[in-house]
Design a protein around this ligand. Structure first.
Ligand code: ADP
Length: 568
């Protein structure tokens, strides 16, 4: 701090170290002694000189004490003694310089202020008492030979002024103390909040680092702001140190079929382009045993105003799940494939046996065997249908569902399908209504769409109780051809509706009922609709029936011809 700044700080009572006290004391001594010298020089007299000398002596003692005080400022005792000596000096000078020096006593406010600032209420009391004893009382004795009320009032002005001043200063100090205490309290609270924030930040980092899901957070501009251990490991697979092309395009990211995934198709780029998604799959790392199959989910994180703050990408290593699923699907596909030939033989030989029944002479035996053969044939046909569904499901899972696209009138197809189900509906006592509007043709595979309709109408009839109603409707919408199959059957819970398109899933009520099924129909239906670039949804409430809606586009994305082969 420069010397000037130190002096200003001392005069403003901003500091209380030794230098500040020396400056404050020196200015007070200067301000007090200067008028005394002038007044005594103007009217020199014996008592004036003696009084002044006594005053100077008091000031000198005070000055020595100040100068002798340690660097950090006078001791507590000195803070009492020095202002006391200064007040006494004021009193002595007041008497010595009378009558001209009456106002000299007003300088007593300076040491009185020191006492108030230092010792608050006690300092104020002591200052008033000292002024009464060293200035008011001697003045009354010396100057008011005939004690009068006016005289007493005149000499009480100074102590009263001091009391008022002390009260004002004490009030200001009190307010300052309260503000200080408040700021200290909020400082403590802020520190505690900062500590708690740091603690939860550490905890969050700990959780993040130990997650076996890779986490990448990017800011709104697409810069990486946070990654965890799993993510860094995945990244080192994608961009190994010996990679000759460490740019994004050189990263080892592949589609599931093993072809290179172009940069704009990769999850981070898609999320950066404003897309959120679930379970986008890719292969990370060079082909070989180290390569991982990864599933990525992207979400946006909004700030308090609701604008985009950051992008969250979660990468899950699903290599084991995928291998398991593949092994499972291979087993199912192989078994299904192996069952196909014997099943065809069973059906064929059942027909053959039925044709040979004529040779049986015993009519009773003939009718019995004919009945057995019908049961065997029905069972074999059911099994055949299941095997075909399983093989189709396998194709769909591998993205190899072949479609033979042709322009198709969905309303017409729905009508034919419903007519085929009429006898069954009658047998079960269920009314089937139609609300089919004429629609433009959609590019679709006729056999597969028959399968879709059979599944939906078949399910509606299977799960709706006797006396129920089924409605099959078709209409044109802006998005494409909409087909709806509604029933007033048992309906499903929200959890069930979210799972019915998963292969082999059956709702609890369906499993408990006599109604057979493998839980494959809807999964296949969804695969077929997806392969057409369409969408299937269900709205249902427990006890409130179900509505399945299939939407097929009038043109399949990425395909300009209306008909042709398509493998998805
Ligand atoms: P499933 O062979 O069991 O019928 P699906 O895949 O066709 O298999 O259907 C899956 C499950 O969805 C069924 O087991 C049943 O619980 C439920 N479900 C399907 N359609 C309906 C419907 N119309 N009403 C109530 N539940 C249904």
């Amino acid at each position: 701090m420069s010397r000037l700044k130190m002096i200003v700080a001392a005069l403003l009572y901003l500091s209380s170290d030794k230098t500040a006290v020396v400056v404050q004391h020196a200015t007070f001594v200067g301000a007090l002694v200067a008028p005394v010298v002038v007044l005594v020089a103007a009217r020199p007299s014996g008592p004036a000189l003696v009084g002044s000398a006594l005053g100077v002596l008091l000031l000198a003692v005070a000055t020595v004490l100040v100068l002798m005080s340690p660097k950090e400022g006078p001791s507590r005792l000195m803070w009492w003694v020095v202002p006391t000596l200064n007040i006494m000096a004021c009193g002595v000078f007041r008497v010595a310089t009378a009558p001209g020096g009456a106002l000299i006593s007003s300088l007593v406010l300076v040491p009185a202020l020191w006492l108030v600032l230092r010792f608050r209420g006690r300092g104020a009391g002591a200052a008033v008492l000292l002024v009464l004893l060293t200035i008011t009382a001697p003045s009354l004795v010396v100057f008011e030979t005939h004690l009068s009320l006016a005289g007493v009032a005149r000499y009480l002005i100074l102590p009263v002024t001091m009391v008022l001043l002390a009260l004002a200063v004490l009030g200001i100090l009190q307010r300052q103390d309260a503000a200080f205490a408040q700021s200290q309290e909020s400082l403590v609270r802020q520190r505690e909040a900062a500590r708690e924030l740091a603690r939860s930040d550490d905890r969050l980092r700990g959780v993040l680092e130990n997650l076996n899901v890779g986490v990448l957070v990017m800011d709104a501009q697409g810069n990486d702001v946070m990654t965890n251990h799993t993510q860094r490991e995945l990244h080192s697979l994608v961009s190994p140190p010996d990679n000759s092309d460490p740019t994004e395009s050189g990263h080892l990211v592949f589609r599931l079929d093993g072809s290179c995934m172009p940069p704009e198709e990769r999850p981070a780029a898609r999320a950066n382009a404003g897309e959120t998604f679930d379970n986008v799959m890719f292969r990370a790392g060079a082909p070989g045993p180290e390569q991982r199959v990864v599933s990525c989910t992207a979400r946006f994180i909004a700030d308090q105003e609701g604008s985009l703050d950051s992008i969250l990408l979660m990468f899950r290593d699903v290599t084991i799940d995928t291998n398991l699923l593949r092994a499972q699907q291979d087993v199912i596909a192989n078994v299904s494939h192996e069952m196909r030939t014997p099943l065809t033989s069973i059906v064929g030989f059942t027909d053959f046996a039925a044709d040979s029944l004529e040779q049986l002479e015993d009519t009773q035996a003939r009718s019995d065997v004919a009945e057995y053969l019908t049961v065997i044939r029905r069972g074999a046909e059911k099994l055949s249908a299941l095997v075909e569904d399983l093989l189709l499901q396998q194709q769909a899972a591998l993205g190899k569902l072949a479609l033979n696209l042709e322009p198709l009138d969905l309303s017409n197809l729905a009508q034919e399908c419903v007519e085929g189900f009429r006898p069954l509906a009658q047998e079960r006592g269920i009314t089937v209504d139609l609300d089919l509007n004429a629609m433009p043709n959609v590019p679709a595979d006729c056999q597969r769409m028959i399968q879709v309709l059979d599944n939906l109408v078949g399910n509606a009839l299977k799960y709706t109780q006797r006396g129920g109603r089924v409605l099959v409707a078709a209409e044109t919408t802006a998005q494409g051809a909409l087909l709806q199959v509604s029933d007033n059957g048992p309906g499903m819970t929200r959890d069930e509706t979210s799972r019915i398109f998963t292969p082999f899933y059956r709702a609890v009520s369906a499993r408990r009922s006599e109604k057979g099924g493998a839980g494959l129909g809807l999964a296949l239906t969804k695969s077929i609709v997806d392969a057409h670039g369409g969408d299937i949804r269900v709205t249902s409430a427990l006890g409130g029936g179900s509505t399945f809606s299939v939407l097929l586009p009038f043109a399949i994305p990425g395909k300009d011809h209306e008909s042709g082969e398509r493998t998805l």
